[in-house]
Ligand binder design. Structure first.
Ligand code: GLU
Length: 490
């Protein structure tokens, strides 16, 4: 299915990709995918003092990590490029020149002092309109040309038509929003330094790129009537706007650093799964049916719609994010868990190198005990450490040794375990069966016996199920560990 729907995510590379921006990107991506449309990534880097290439790279990396593939934009190209505003200055100039030539824009020579005076005068006479007083609107074009040629600085302003009534926006989220056209002054579209303003450059881009739906944060709602003026002046169709709500912290204030991690890469580094993270962010203001919490990527990409986007602010809830993360891990098969999380993590930790070191059954058995103990990928390493150690390299946790091993009578437990295990078959069931009679035989509590063996084998008291772990370690190394542990037991 393909359609004419064209949407864009247009981050300014003045910082990293944060949660709010990521959610805007997700909505645009999902809307394009659900409608068979085109998702465009555009870098709004017109603020040269705050935009950096490094931030652009960080944003692209974050988009890739989130799995939000774009159809046109940096690195992938497209027919409507370039996709960075700094590379489009000629296009903005040409568009502005055209408006000027058509009498829809005009040069203004007012100095900042003159503008401040006008504003003070409007305040003094209690004029409800305190914007630009259209001082230069009717300067004769020949006079304007002469002043420009003489080197006088000027900006270019758009001419808002006198008879333009209220500007009514049919926002897909907020419904009908009316702005009083009288309050729209003839705003600046080009600054005196020859750079375009945001409201102008964005509309030129959106018009030239054929954007049909502008989905963005509602901090831009107030810019929209001005942007509508630019569309009208350019003679371009006005897209559908969808302004999405703010994201708040638990205290009801706008989400910021004070609330903890705000950038996508911080979540990546903490070990969140991109699928779980995208699922969670998608629910900040959108819902599938008002109750479903687990919305896999393919469902999002087929069912997302703007009429299920709420205009109320959403509250960021880290507990819900963690719950979703746990659900994604819980519902994976052991095999998926091994492929997507465990093996990559073990590689990264240097615990496994080649792919052929361990057979599939061994990897599956490890996944079966690691998965229920994993909230974040790094937990895999904690579970696997004693298993990947050897009798020589295993580190014994001091407290565990003091509690479980270095006590009177523990040596006897290990002696008996050695005998019982000597000719047991090496499967979890057989290991269990071999150790089972020990407490009665030694007249000790079951907990005491198993604790001692656990510390001897794993070096600590908190590891995964004992017999599964022992089966994975192998008989020889388990026996060597017991022999080593006997030197610590009394
Ligand atoms: N670069 C703008 C921002 O990051 C884009 C706003 C828009 O989508 O029009 O806020």
């Amino acid at each position: 299915m393909s359609s004419d729907v064209r949407v864009r995510f247009a981050p300014s590379p003045t910082g990293k990709l944060h949660i709010g921006g990521a959610r805007t990107a997700i909505y645009n991506w999902a809307f394009a995918r659900a409608n068979g449309g085109t998702f465009i990534l555009r870098i709004d880097d017109t603020d040269p003092t705050r935009s950096t290439d490094e931030n652009t790279q960080i944003i692209l990396r974050a988009m890739r990590w989130l799995g939000l593939d774009w159809d046109e934009g940096p690195e992938v190209g497209g027919e409507h490029g370039p996709y960075a505003q700094t590379e489009r200055l000629d296009l903005y100039r040409a568009a502005a020149q055209k408006l000027w030539d058509e009498g829809r824009a005009y040069p203004c020579f007012c100095t900042p002092e003159k503008l401040a005076e006008d504003r003070a005068a409007a305040q003094a006479r209690k004029d409800p309109f305190q914007g630009y007083q259209r001082t230069c609107r009717n300067i004769d074009p020949a006079e304007a040309r002469a002043r420009i040629d003489a080197g006088e600085p000027y900006v270019l302003r758009i001419k808002v038509p006198e008879d333009r009534g209220d500007v009514v926006i049919h926002d897909a989220v907020h419904g009908e929003v009316t702005f009083n056209a009288r309050e729209l002054d003839d705003f600046v579209i080009f600054r005196s330094d020859g750079t375009p303003t945001y409201n102008f450059a964005t509309v030129v881009d959106d018009a030239m790129m054929g954007i049909t739906h502008v989905i963005r944060g509602d901090d831009h709602l107030s810019n929209t009537p001005r942007q509508v003026m630019v569309y009208e002046a350019l003679g371009a169709p006005v897209p559908t706007f969808a302004h999405i709500s703010m994201i708040l912290g638990a205290d009801g204030k706008k989400l910021s650093k004070r609330h903890g991690a705000t950038s996508v890469e911080e979540y990546r580094d903490q070990g969140y799964l991109p699928d779980a993270f995208v699922n969670y962010l998608a629910l900040l203001g959108w819902s599938l049916d008002g109750e479903t919490t687990i919305v896999p990527r393919d469902v999002l990409a087929s069912k997302f719609s703007l009429d299920h986007v709420s205009k109320n602010p959403a509250t960021f809830d880290p507990k819900k994010l963690d719950w979703i993360q746990a659900e994604y891990i819980r519902t994976m098969t052991d095999k998926e868990f091994a492929d997507k999380i465990m093996v990559p993590e073990l590689h990264e930790a240097g615990m496994i190198e080649g792919n052929l070191e361990y057979d599939e059954a061994w990897i599956d058995a490890l996944a079966a005990i690691a998965k229920p103990r994993t909230k974040f990928p790094a937990d895999v390493v904690t579970v696997a450490s004693p298993i990947f150690a050897t009798a020589e390299t295993l580190e014994y946790d001091e407290k565990s040794v003091a509690k479980g091993l270095a006590k009177e009578g523990m040596g006897a437990i290990l002696d008996e375990a050695e005998v019982a295990l000597a000719d047991a078959e090496w499967t979890p069931e057989a290991i269990d069966a071999a150790l089972e009679p020990l407490p009665e035989k030694l007249d000790l509590k079951k907990r005491i016996v198993f604790q001692a063996v656990r510390v001897a084998i794993c070096g600590n008291l908190v590891s995964a199920p004992l017999s599964d772990t022992m089966a994975l370690i192998g008989r020889e190394d388990c026996m060597a560990r017991i022999a080593r542990a006997k030197t610590m037991a009394l």
